[in-house]
Design a protein around this ligand. Sequence first.
Ligand SMILES: [Zn+2]
Length: 559
Amino acid sequence: MKSLLYVFVFALFFSCKAQTEYTAQVNQESKTATATDENSRPKLVVGIVVDQMRYDYLTRFYSKFGDGGFKKLINQGFNCKNNHYNYIPTYTGPGHTSVYTGTTPKYHGIIANNWYDKEIKEMVYCAGDDTESSVGTEATAGQMSPRRMKTTTFADENRLFTQMRGKTIGISMKDRGAILPAGHTANAAYWFHGRDEGNWITSTFYRSDLPKWVTNFNASEAAESYLKPWNTLYDINTYTESGADLNTFEGGFKGKETATFPYDLKALSKDNRGFDILKATAYGNALTADFAIAALDGEQLGQDAITDVLTVSFSSTDYVGHNFGVNSKEVQDTYLRLDKDLERLINALDAKVGKGEYTLFLTSDHGAVDVPSYLQSVHIPAGYFDSKDFRGKLNSFLSKKYGASDLIENRSNNQIFLNRSRIALLGLDLEEVQEALVGEIITYKKIDKVYSATTMRTTDFTSGIEELLQNGFNQKRSGDVLVVNDPAVISYSKTGSTHGSGLNYDTHVPLLFYGKGINHGSTFKKTYITDIAPTISALLGTSFPNGATGIPLEFVIEE
Ligand SMILES: [Zn+2]
């Protein structure tokens, strides 16, 4: 019996040893064959989101771009030409979150920029957090955190993977454009506070004071230097890819009669919230690039073999688009100048991190519709939704049918939130009220589709607008009735552009990959915004973000 035990122990020892040798051999092989070992991981991942960038800006302005910006990414990287958002609503908060979490509002919970919180019965802001304090200003602009985001970003997974040794820094003029991409474990996120301050700030969620490089940057009067005249980069007569500078489809700035070049930003700043005017000009992007370049040194990003993550969101493109519309000279000039800022950033990365040592991607958080009044002028179906009229009709319908006009608690983001306690008190059935509203609203002009939360919950949609609605529907946070407008119908002023729909003008956005581990090429195969984070995670060999629903784009990654 004893000898048998010896044999057993010996056999066990031998098999363990063999197992160890086998594992060592496999490890040896995988070192050269996969991207997961330290030497082949990029030193830095740079995620760039250009706010409100439609796909066609890449093609429409292509001939006027220089060689070192967008063109470099297109020609030396991988271009996914048919890349789309796969949920509704296509807004900034959900957009940035989906890029970095690899999933949709159904799972990450950022259902809009601002939404009605059913529990506390108040509107909440996607990045707002009044348990935190501002750092770098006395104003409340720093009371922010990513806490409403329910899942992790790829930057979070990189932090976990590297035992928190790989850094994450988020940068954007908009707080939500900096905070949501950088994730829950970021070392810091910085955003711009305008008014009469013009400084980059953060929140106590990340740290209790500004690091020296940020204080120095703020003291350098970088923002002041951009309060100067904004004229077109090239002769305006060569801007044949956009509409006339003077037209009836543009907003403009307070204190200037026409929305035409040039703009004296110093003089206009007084009537346009001080330094905040920079956000709505091409110079906001230049300032963002300056700050991102300063962060490379300030945070020592990409200086060792442990992968860091830098997220940069260029917000000014969105403000300019909202104000002047997607067909304006102002939008064209903003993109031609952004191309130069991108070139500066790429050159700085080459110099400080090293050519071929970093991986970069560029995408957008949503597109935008052509100004509907312009579309109407060229006979394309478009229009404006009258929100006040809608409210009146709904109230009179509910009064007539149920004898109560207070059954709607909130209307926001094309959703209706019903007053559940009132409905219970009146002895009404919630689902019956939802369906009655669906039946009523679908008869209204400029409405294309209406669905109830119950339908979203009980039906599995696998295509079309319904699938996008469902991907944007969060059972815990979304409303009782979901409304879809007719194509190119928006609730907005008669000038400027906006976004939010599931149609191609809002969903089709650029997706460019460039640098370490990235193939050269392009595809018209349909890709989704939710594929970005799994692709970067696969490249890094980390776990995918915990709620990711997208898939790695294998044709993008080098073998
Ligand atoms: Zn946006």
